[in-house]
Design a protein. Structure first.
Length: 66
């Protein structure tokens, strides 16, 4: 007979529980790494970049007949 534990009755359930634990650990590691990103600076850079593109489009489409 195979060894049975109280919390995992067979090998398939034990492997599934181990895979779930590894996935949760990987998700926690990714969350920890992304927590330290400077999101305010990234957002400011994207905002300034968008404003520069909008200004370039307005400048290129201006009336040049004057």
């Amino acid at each position: 007979m195979t060894d049975h534990t109280d919390d995992q009755p067979n090998e398939i359930l034990a492997a599934a529980a181990e895979a779930k634990a590894q996935a949760e650990a990987a998700a926690a590691m990714v969350a920890e790494k992304t927590r330290n990103w400077p999101l305010a600076r990234i957002g400011l850079g994207v905002g300034i970049g968008s404003a520069a593109v909008a200004a370039a489009v307005l400048f290129a489409n201006r009336n040049k007949d004057k």
